[in-house]
Design a protein around this ligand. Structure first.
Ligand SMILES: Nc1ncnc2c1ncn2[C@@H]1O[C@H](COP(=O)(O)OP(=O)(O)O)[C@@H](O)[C@H]1O
Ligand SMILES: [Mg+2]
Length: 235
């Protein structure tokens, strides 16, 4: 098991946001965390990486309880977090953005990403290597943001709404690139409002509604469950 979340409850001030969330991500799996805007997807991710102050429950990453660890230690242990808001340096070029994000692998057996390997995964970035981050389109920035996280050699990638705000053609490219990461053996937990996009890439799915897990199962089981899809995904 790569990641296990057990009995997670999170609050912002007086507001109880997440209720007894349990989820698991196996080695090499791509798992989708689905749900409408405000369901608690980002809060779940932020709770996993230690960015929510009021949180109870257990976060177990690669067999180690990291619940009480600070964010930087969780990230160093190999958990690569790509937040919803894209984080790049606007004044650095694409290449410099990637070089600035390089870190030693967390585990000695782990993959060591290079700028060239990121360019292989995201061919769109090759022709933009010398362009400043601030001059990229939304899709290009998303690819660069993921590339920057890969340069930290994560064992598990948490992607928060990677398709958000991107044009359909770009979303298709991004889907292909994420599938390629999966083929290379990377484990991915992906949260998305765009269930169509996410389920095409994923092995299993969880659905959140109002901070509760309302469904968990295979993508096939989700496709076969009209009630759940209609009620929680509007599909
Ligand atoms: N910093 C915050 N302070 C207070 N409430 C928040 C904060 N961030 C999110 N929320 C609330 O928590 C709930 C879940 O939000 P979020 O996790 O961002 O949902 P999602 O990512 O699924 O859209 C929403 O009701 C949202 O308004
Ligand atoms: Mg969100």
């Amino acid at each position: 098991m790569k990641l296990a979340v057990e009995g997670l409850n999170s609050h912002y001030g007086p507001a109880h946001i997440l209720f007894d969330i349990a989820l698991e991500v196996g080695d090499g799996e791509v798992v989708a965390l689905l749900g409408r805007n405000g369901a608690g997807k980002s809060t779940t991710f932020r709770s996993i990486v230690g960015l929510v102050a009021q949180r109870t429950g257990r976060i177990v990453f690669e067999g180690r309880d990291v619940s009480d660890q600070p964010t930087h230690a969780i990230v160093s242990a190999g958990l690569g977090y790509v937040p919803e808001e894209r984080r790049i340096f606007p004044d650095l070029t694409v290449r410099q953005n990637l070089e600035a994000a390089r870190k030693a692998p967390a585990s000695p057996r782990g993959r060591e990403w290079t700028v060239d390997a990121v360019f292989e995964t995201f061919p769109t970035l090759v022709g933009l290597a010398g362009r400043k981050g601030g001059y990229l389109s939304g899709g290009e920035q998303q690819m660069l943001t993921i590339g920057r996280t890969l340069m930290g050699n994560p064992d598990l990638l948490l992607l928060d709404e990677p398709s958000e705000g991107l044009a359909p053609l770009i979303v298709r490219d991004l889907g292909r690139q994420i599938r390629r990461l999966k083929e290379q053996g990377l484990t991915i937990l992906l949260c998305e409002q765009n269930a169509k996009f996410a389920t095409k890439l994923s092995d299993r799915a969880y659905i959140l509604e109002k901070g509760h897990v309302r469904f968990s199962g295979s993508i096939e089981a989700l496709h076969d469950n009209d009630d759940v899809r209609r009620q929680y995904l509007g599909l």
